[in-house]
Design a binder for this molecule. Structure first.
Ligand SMILES: [Ca+2]
Length: 422
């Protein structure tokens, strides 16, 4: 059975799975689903054909039903999309500020503070030099959970280092007049440095205990690729760090000889999106696969996510990667994968009530796919629906943020859009 015909069986399988589960919210949805199957009404669960209709790059089979090409969903609530800013440079991250404005990083080495109307209010400078070649630059930003008291921000960037460059994490204080960062200092470096301008990761997400997860890629070149599997290398990893850039308490490899104690998970290719689930607190991640095999992963401490040993993709040239295997004992399967690829960048969970069917859904900025993917995840951590949003904008969506019931997104074309209930 090929992947396509296999995936058309998925909606039925999923609706049967949902029907048998006990959770109140989802069992209501499950009832809707079974009605939909009969009535073809517009209930917001898996009842449409998969949104992906393109030819896959491989004939690899998913490890379980629903791991790719899940049934489509369609938002029922009327919403509007407004372009609120244009020509804002080369934005890489859009992050809500504690006071309800938006901080946008610019790849070339500065940040800008925007009102929710899309107007620039401040330009923030004073950051250490970035190497903005290729995929590098001033990348993500995060606000200290106690920002109101300490005005501390954290950011990731690509830094010239040794004979090459690497992804670094830095912190500093936003000046009172919001014009610059004060006391900038690098608190962590994803060593070793390599001569590559690709696959830096890199996102930051604070957990409820005030530690931060930081993702980084394997730098694309073969020398870095293999190191995604090495616990003594900083490449292709998700770290868990304290605010000082030290290993977080309880990290899985704290006491393992020859392992970097900052590592939380490994075997990643280029994880450009991470976010904590608003209900479970679990860490979710998206990463670029090669040609085929972009992944959505549920990240657990100490686990190996397989790259480059297992993958649902092939080389850009068309060749096989490694032994061309997709599953291996001791390596985690993606919760979901895409082939052809989405090119997933920043992600965010929708936590509001304005568009009720979006609650706790994951929104993924897609680059080469030029859309935002809406992913419905059930209480068993399975993907049960996918929707394509904003495809008509024909933009590469670099990051997505949630604020007050709305989604804000920035694009490689230097635009900002807001998506809100109509
Ligand atoms: Ca993987």
């Amino acid at each position: 059975m090929d992947i396509k015909s296999f995936s058309y069986l998925v909606p039925l399988t999923v609706s049967l799975m949902l029907s048998s589960c006990g959770n109140a919210t989802t069992s209501n949805e499950a009832k809707d689903t079974s009605q939909v199957v009969k009535s073809n009404s517009s209930a917001d669960t898996t009842q449409l054909p998969p949104v992906e209709t393109g030819t896959a790059n491989t004939e690899y089979k998913p490890a379980f039903a629903g791991q790719t090409r899940i049934g489509g969903v369609k938002t029922k609530t009327a919403y509007k999309v407004d372009e609120i800013a244009t020509k804002i440079g080369s934005p890489w991250a859009v992050v809500p500020m504690p006071d309800g404005r938006l901080m946008v990083t610019d790849k070339t080495g500065f940040m800008q503070i925007f009102g929710t109307d899309g107007k620039v209010q401040k330009k923030v400078t004073g950051f250490p030099k970035v190497n903005s070649n290729g995929q590098g630059g001033l990348l993500d930003v995060a606000f200290d959970p106690d920002f109101v008291q300490n005005r501390t921000i954290y950011w990731t960037f690509s830094e010239d280092h040794g004979k090459g460059n690497l992804m670094a994490v830095a912190k500093g204080q936003l000046s009172a007049d919001e014009s610059k960062v004060e006391n900038p200092m690098v608190i962590f470096r994803a060593t070793p440095d390599l001569k590559s301008t690709l696959h830096y990761g890199s996102r930051i997400a604070f957990d409820k205990d005030g530690n931060m997860y930081v993702s980084t890629g394997e730098r694309s070149i073969l020398e870095g690729r293999k190191q995604a599997q090495w616990l003594n290398s900083g490449l292709g990893k998700i770290y868990k760090l304290t605010k000082e850039g030290k290993p977080a308490p309880g990290n899985p490899f704290l006491n393992q000889k020859d392992a970097m104690p900052e590592i939380f998970s490994y075997g990643h290719r280029n994880p450009q999106g991470i976010a904590l689930h608003p209900v479970t607190g679990d860490l979710w991640e998206v990463e670029f696969g090669p040609r085929g095999g972009d992944e959505l992963n549920l990240i657990k401490a100490g686990k190996n996510y397989g790259w480059p040993t297992i993958t649902y993709g092939i080389e850009y040239s068309g060749g096989k990667i490694g032994d061309a295997i997709q599953q291996k004992e001791g390596m985690e399967q993606p919760v979901y994968y895409w082939d052809p690829v989405l090119s997933p960048s920043g992600i965010v969970f929708y936590t509001g009530d304005a568009i009720p069917e979006w609650k706790n859904n994951l929104f993924i900025g897609g680059l080469s796919s030029m859309h935002i993917a809406r992913i419905v995840i059930d209480e068993n951590n399975k993907v049960v629906g996918e929707e394509i949003l904003l495809a008509d904008k024909k933009e590469r969506f670099r990051d997505v943020a949630y604020l007050d019931g709305k989604l804000y997104t920035v694009t490689d074309g230097g635009k900002m859009f807001v998506i809100a209930k109509q």
